[in-house]
Structures are given as structure tokens and as C-alpha cells.
Design a protein around this ligand. Sequence first.
Ligand code: TEU
Ligand code: CA
Length: 548
Amino acid sequence: MNRTWWKEAVIYQIYPRSFMDSNGDGIGDLPGIISQLDYLVYLGVDVLWLSPIFQSPNDDNGYDISDYRQILPEYGTMADFERLLHEAHQCGLKVLLDIVVNHTSDEHPWFVHSRSSKDNPYRNFYFWQPTPPNNWQSFFGGSAWQHDPLTDEYYLHLFSRKQPDLNWENPQVRREIFRTMRFWLDKGVDGFRLDVIPLISKRTDWPNGDANDLMRTICEVYANGPHVHEYLQEMHREVFAHYDALALGEGIGISPKNCLDYVGQDRHELHLLYHFDHMFLNFGPGGRFDPIQWQLTDFKAIFHRWDQAIGQQGWINIVLDNHDFPRMVSRFGDDGAYHQASAKLLATLLLTMRGTPCIYQGSELGMTNATWHSLDELRDIEAHNAWKAWQQQGGTLDAFLQAAAVNGRDNARTPMQWSDAHAAGFTTGTPWIKVHENYPTLNAQKALADSDSIFHYYRHLLALRKSHPTLIYGDYLPLRAHDAQLFAYERADADGHYLVLLNFSSTPCEVADLVPAEYRWLLGNYPMPPDARDELRPWEARLLEIAS
Ligand code: TEU
Ligand code: CA
């Protein structure tokens, strides 16, 4: 396995809107990020991924870009961005921009031209049809085809109506996108997170999707289109081949079967991708707002299947939460009685699984899902659209708010909790989205002062990972695959051998048969027991070094 910086790095995702506000307008911004670089360096991460910072009407918080070369004024100026990049580099941090190239905003000049007439030179930048050719549904609800009265035709939008899909079959579109990417790389950015990249090539035979099987429809109909690899290879030739820059793809619709087509090291497409298999585990037949119970055995099987599929030929990201999903401790842990222990257990999984971890802002503090008391508190377009559909089916508001509290995206978007000051120290003004009620006790200031905090656990683990390359490159060997309570595995290569034991439950768990007599205790989320063969306590995590 060849060594590269991006396999060894740990990525920290910043959602700029909710990270730190410098001027009291209630919206996080670039100077706010600059003011917290010391915090990120102290934590020990290597790469910052900034969710989109480009000009946007914010229908989907920046995932609807109206100018790829301007900074959103709410976030600051180009000079602020250049200062952020410079200061981050000075601290040894790399910076990835999140670029959305599957679609633009409907306010992007390309779309404004495109819709203006059927023979406009930009018409072919998007997909126009006289009538909807199929039953495709938008990810945010309703038909993916929107009628436009200006020319009496329909355009495709896989996300909101204000996010028309670009037509990548048009070489001019590709040229413009690649030029834009080079523009930012020439400024010195270290790579891109590529939003919904498996969707860029459309099946223009326009087959129907299966309304009863969304996952299959995503994999077979929306994603992995006929030219996707051709386009990504072209992107590599035109863009990435000329820089030491990272291509990290959001891998929606990619499965273990085809992942190496994207990240195989001989492919020259993406370096990394993150998949959605475990992130969709608790989505019921009705999707996100129809949550179901998930099983640890399924969860483990997903990690195993992906690790086997990737093997020695490629590399992936490890992700347990981000701005699109609930908080990991609320979802996969226990954010009540075992909040501290389970947040640390999940950190152990995130940072010792084989792959490049992404830490989402605030999870290093153990930030939790919020409670939503009314529709007005929710900001996410996906939630508001889902509520409309929910209402049509006769559902109640209470039940909807409960579903949103389990799986809504706004859970991950509440402001970063810096201190117990006004608005958690995020802003001196009124935050754009409510601050979580638990900020007086759960905040960075408290965490930094408490050597036993979740934050310091992350810090130790990040340092440990750096000094034990086997935790990065070593093989992943799952143990007790069928155990519904214990997630256990070894990481091993010629240089070392480690055992990771994670009790995903609030009842004790036997591990005596897994622990050899000789071991060295590296880290745990409880005080060291007299013997590492003793049963695991509720949500206990142990990381041991064992003899090969
Ligand atoms: O997300 C893609 C995506 O499909 C998931 O957000 C999720 O499946 C969706 O919420 C449906 O439940 C990316 C971005 O990460 C997300 O924030 C954007 O809203 C989306 O693309 C459109 O750009
Ligand atoms: Ca601001």
C-alpha cells in the first residue's frame, strides 16, 4: 500500500454558517473560522473541509451556487478567504473547498440564460424536455421535473427547484467547471470535496425509477450514469493531474461492487469517497422522516463489506456524521445516560477504522441532536418540503417534529458551542438557527478545561493515530461478526498489532476470549480495569496493543 498524505490525514468538516460568527450578524463567517484555527491545531486535525462558501441565494445553504468564483458576502471577501488559506497553511492545515458541480442555483447566470429561450446558447447547459420523460423524484420531494412558463418546458432538478442539474454531456459545461476548479487550485487550495459526484452523468434514455425502492433507484437510475467515469478521468487530466490536490467524492449511490471504479489507484478519478450505506441504515421505506431501528450486526457488516471491497487497491473515508445527518452520538450512541462514554466509543471507531476519517464540527465535543418545538425553528429546505408531503398524507405536526428530531439535517447544523456565554459564544447577535439548549454544560470552553472530556479523548486518539501507522495502514480484521452488542476488530501489519473492543450497549459485555494474556493498554474511555479481559462496562471502548 503506497503511503500518501491524504491517507494519513484526518479531515475536519466546517459548516461555515454555524461555526463562528465574527461580526454579530448571527451567521458564521471566514474571519470566525480564522479566529478558531488555534483550536483546530490543538485538536490535532490536518485538513479542513469547508462546506460551500460561494455566492448563493442559500436555498440549500450554499449547495446552490450562483457564482463559483465569488465568496458569499455573508461569509466575507476574497481577501478574507486568502487570509484564511494563508493562515491555515501557516499552521500546517490544508483546506478543501466543497464544490457543487452536479447542479447550480437557478440564479446562476448560466441558468438565467438557459431558461430565457429555446435557442439560447446556454440552453444546453441544463436538461430541458417538453414533458417530464419519467417519474423521477427530487431528493427533496416532488417531481424532479419543473415546468418553466418562460418556454413552456420542464427542467431537471434532482434536488430543490432552485438547483437545476447541469448537463455534463455538453463539453462547454465541463470546460467551464474544470476552469473554475483550476482557478481555486491556483489560489492554493488543497483540493475539493465533490458534492453528489456520482450523479453528474444522466441516463438520457430517462428510465423510470422504482418508487418502492429508493436505494436501488439511486444506485441504478440516478447515480453511476453511462459517462461518469469518462468525465471523472477528464477532470483528472484537466485538473487534478496538475496539482498535489485531493479529490474527495461524496459517494451517493456507490456500492462495494463499483467503488474501485471510482477510487481504484489505477483509475485516475477520485482519491477518496464516502459512502452512505450505514448513514441510510435507519431510514425506513419513507426515507429520512420514517426512521426505523438499526442493528449493530448490519452496521458492522457494512464496514466489513466495504473494507473487503476496497482492499489494497483504493481508499475511502470514514464518516459517522456530517451536515446531512443527525449527530453521531444521538444516532449510534446514547446521548442520555452514557453520553460521554458513547461519544468517546464512537470516536474510537471513527479514528481506528481503516480509511481517512472525517470529524464533523462539534462532534469532538459530543454535540447532540436538538429538540424541535415548531416548524419555524427548522431551517432546512428538505424538512420544509417533507412537511408539505407529510401533511398531504394526513400526518400530524407532533409526529413530524419527532421524526425531524431523530433524522433531520438541522440537528447537525445548530451553532458550534464555544462557551456558556450568550448564544454559546457563537455570535453576539441572534443566530440564524437556534442554539442547542445544552450549551451551558456542553461547550468547548468547559471541554478544554476538563482533562477527561470528549475533546481531550479525541486529541489523544488523534495523536496516537499519528504515532502508530498500523492504525492507518494495517489490515482490518473483524471479530465476532454476529455479536449484536460488541464491535471488535484487530488492526495489524508487520509493524504492529492492535485490538479494538467497543461495547455498543448499556449492559456489560464479555471479551475474555478476545484478549490475550499479554497486552499493552493504549487508551480507553473508562479508567483502566485490573485486567483487560474483564467484561466491558456500558459503552466501554478499549484500544490495546497485542503481540503479533
Ligand atoms: O447531499 C446529497 C444527498 O443526497 C444527501 O444530502 C441526502 O441523501 C439528502 O439529504 C436526501 O435525504 C449533498 C449535500 O451534502 C447536501 O447538503 C445537499 O443538500 C445536496 O447534496 C444537494 O447539493
Ligand atoms: Ca457573520
